[in-house]
Design a protein around this ligand. Structure first.
Ligand code: FES
Length: 83
């Protein structure tokens, strides 16, 4: 399995409408922070999540969160050479 690629240190703030979303876990999507299928062949799968009512979320862009798809502050502990 490949390692996830850091897309950005900062998480992405979104106001999401109710629905199902697919968060990019591999960091290779061109539609960050959402999956566009670019993970194919990496062994990494996107993470689905459901929003029940309109809400603001912070989605992980460093791809090292322990609580995907949401930012848990892990970007603060990553070495600078990952960016
Ligand atoms: Fe990254 Fe699908 S493109 S998980």
């Amino acid at each position: 399995m490949s390692e996830p690629v850091v897309y950005d240190r900062a998480p992405a703030e979104f106001e999401l409408e109710p629905g199902e979303y697919w968060w990019c876990a591999c960091g290779r999507s061109m539609s960050q922070p959402f999956c566009d299928g670019s993970h194919e062949g990496t062994g990494i799968e996107p993470v689905s999540f459901v929003v029940q009512e309109k809400q603001t979320v912070w989605l992980c862009n460093c791809k090292h969160t322990k609580t995907p798809p949401f930012c848990d502050g892990s970007h603060n502990n990553l070495p600078d050479d990952l960016f």
